[in-house]
Design a protein around this ligand. Structure first.
Ligand code: HEC
Length: 131
């Protein structure tokens, strides 16, 4: 009721206008609600997966050693496969590593868990640190 009293003097008595204003108000409210919810969910996800912070030496290096060798050992037998044996070379293609694991293009044999893929994503997103 209070809502109507505020709106009426602003838009006149044309009921079509009132309906339009009401509808756009509802649409705005719903989209605000949804963006809020999305934001909160996203933050929860980030918090869960990146906390404790993913470490290169503890999490990522062993993960790569277990899942990406021998194809990425840098011995030159697969020239298109970047060397993933040392931090500097892993970090230099970290964006690509995130991309090919998110899309499950790598590892070729598919032996990597969702948690490992998320660990990679998290490590790349926090800056591919040598931590
Ligand atoms: C069985 C061998 C094999 C395994 C295991 C493997 N790769 Fe690859 N990888 C390749 C080959 C071959 C290429 C080059 C051809 C291509 O890009 O598909 C490649 C290319 C890549 C590239 C470059 C992609 C581009 O577009 O230039 C990245 C990054 C990569 N691999 C990451 C990984 C990661 C990370 C893992 C482990 C989680 C992994 N690979 C496991 C064989 C492998």
């Amino acid at each position: 009721m209070g809502y109507r009293f505020i709106i009426l003097p602003l838009v006149g008595t044309n009921s079509d206008t009132i309906r339009k204003v009401g509808l756009s108000g509802i649409a705005l409210f719903v989209s605000l609600l949804m963006s809020c919810e999305y934001y909160v969910e996203n933050e929860d996800l980030q918090g869960d997966l990146c906390n404790p912070v993913v470490s290169y030496s503890v999490d990522i290096a062993p993960l790569i050693a277990n899942n990406c060798m021998p194809c990425h050992n840098g011995d030159g037998s697969i020239p298109e496969a970047p060397n993933l044996t040392i931090y500097e070379s892993v970090a230099s293609v970290s964006g690509l590593i995130k991309e090919v694991t998110q899309s499950r293009r790598m590892p070729i044999d598919g032996t990597i868990t969702d948690a490992e893929i998320e660990a990679i994503r998290c490590w790349v997103d926090i800056g591919a640190l040598n931590n």
